[in-house]
Design a protein around this ligand. Structure first.
Ligand SMILES: Cc1ncc(COP(=O)(O)O)c(C=O)c1O
Length: 448
């Protein structure tokens, strides 16, 4: 299939960047846990004529004409979402996860209301009330934390909920490697009359695949991005559960109105079509196997890292994600290890760990995950190889230590120069390349 011939002719500069990015994805190990590779079908829908159409409103109730086929696309996406998650209402229009979460706030809270979410450096998301996010500025945010063992501190959640009487509680994770206890969150939210919103952005594929408990019975509202374990295009959905409709029968209409006219204009119909396709793919039996393999791979990778003496937050994982604690090697070394892994062809992200002794820009952890490697077809045996390669890289740079603020820029510049010519990292790079060749990515895509 020769894709992008016209693009190459029209804009060689952008074409070259896309081609290089495809090469980067093919020849490296993508381990950022919020990333994945969509199917070719999802990419085709995302690059289709649907991008040309304005369709403000909802199926059957649009402001503009000519939406008969867009209505089919959006209704199909909504019905598939309802079916796979077992919920009575779905809105598939949010432009991405952050606006989806903001729409939830605007539908159920007033400015100044108390809300609760997992603290950012304890694994929560910015949009769950972080002070630098509008959600932490418009609402009175009371964050909850994890315990010293890294698990969510449900006693604290209960105490803070009773003391502060939040209108909304978020249960959802961005850097947390254990099962989210939706049932326990529901008991707490119900006891204080709060809405419980489950943000399953990271784990929606695992929920559909049956390898993470579904929040459908426990939460009132569910939000998810569509581009992570779900393997769809960049977008998001908001769902209301039966329990949510019992609490407020108009919750669905309120969310619809918050999205448009409240927050957004025309929906991204090409994305909606991609979401519909991803949901169809996720409803197939093979997807259950895929989700199971993501978690099996994550556990195998965690076991190998642990066997090589690397410390993990909570000591392991129940989901697609692993959080490495680098504090045995010093404070704030996440950036250095991220750069070294990058030089060896492994893409991960530096991340804060609970009670991080450093700062979010120079954190002391590394977050990584297995959705994209699993999409390539890798299994437990390959995870053992990957664990060894990560451990080899960490061992190679463990003598480096991020200095104080004044010396940082120069130190990092010098560090990058040294790792670029490091022979051991180059040797790991060739092992990575050899592994990637065994699991080709998008072999059917031939770019001119
Ligand atoms: C739990 C969670 N919620 C919301 C978001 C925001 O999604 P987006 O980046 O699409 O705005 C993310 C993104 O990483 C996330 O992990």
């Amino acid at each position: 299939m020769e894709w992008f011939k016209q693009l190459k002719d029209t804009d060689p500069e952008i074409f070259d960047a896309i081609k290089s990015e495809l090469g980067r994805q093919r020849d490296g190990l993508e381990m950022i846990p919020s990333e994945n590779f969509t199917s070719i079908a999802v990419m085709q829908a995302s690059g289709s004529v649907l991008t040309n159409k304005y369709s403000e409103g909802y199926p059957g109730k649009r402001y503009y004409g000519g939406n008969q086929f867009i209505d089919v696309v959006e209704s199909t996406a909504r019905e598939r979402a309802k079916k796979v998650f077992g919920v009575p209402y779905a809105n598939v229009q949010p432009y991405s996860g952050s606006p989806a979460n903001l729409a939830v706030y605007m539908a159920v809270c007033k400015p100044g209301d108390v809300i609760m979410g997992q603290n950012l450096s304890d694994g929560g998301h910015l949009t769950h009330g972080f002070k630098g996010s509008v959600t932490g500025q418009i609402f009175k945010s009371v964050p909850y934390h994890v315990r010293p063992d890294g698990y969510i501190d449900l006693d604290e959640v209960k105490r803070l909920a009773e003391e502060n009487k939040p209108v909304l509680i978020w249960a959802g994770i961005t850097a947390y490697t254990r099962e989210v206890p939706f049932e326990e969150f529901a008991k707490i939210a119900d006891s204080v009359g709060a809405y419980l919103a489950a943000d399953i952005s990271h784990i929606s594929g695992l929920v559909i695949g049956g390898v993470h408990k579904s929040p459908a019975k426990y939460a009132h509202i569910i939000t998810t991005t569509t581009h992570k374990t779900l393997r769809g295009p960049r977008g998001a959905m908001i769902m209301v559960t039966e329990k949510g409709l019992q609490k407020d029968p108009e919750l669905g209409e309120k969310i619809d109105k918050t999205i448009i006219p409240g927050m957004q204009g025309g929906p991204h119909n090409h994305t909606t079509a991609g979401i519909a396709i991803a949901l169809l793919e996720a409803s197939r039996p093979e997807f259950k196997e895929y989700a199971k393999q993501i978690v099996a791979n994550s556990r195998a990778l965690a076991a190998q890292l642990s066997a090589r003496g690397i410390k993990l937050v909570t000591g392991g994982t129940d989901n697609h994600m692993i959080l490495i604690d680098l504090t045995p090697f010093g404070k704030g070394n996440g950036l250095l290890v991220q750069e070294a892994l990058d030089a060896a062809g492994m893409t991960v992200n530096k991340n804060t760990i609970p009670n991080d002794p450093s700062s979010p820009f120079y954190p002391s952890g590394i977050r990584l995950g297995t959705p994209a490697l699993t999409t390539r077809g890798m299994k437990e045996g390959e995870m053992k190889e990957v664990g060894d390669m990560i451990a080899d890289v960490i061992s190679e740079v463990k003598g480096y230590q991020l200095p104080g603020k004044e010396e940082r820029v120069e130190y990092i510049r010098k560090f990058k120069g040294e790792i670029a010519s490091n022979r051991r990292l180059a040797e790991v790079r060739s092992r990575v390349l050899e592994l990637c060749k065994r699991f080709p990515l998008y072999p059917e895509l031939e770019l001119p």
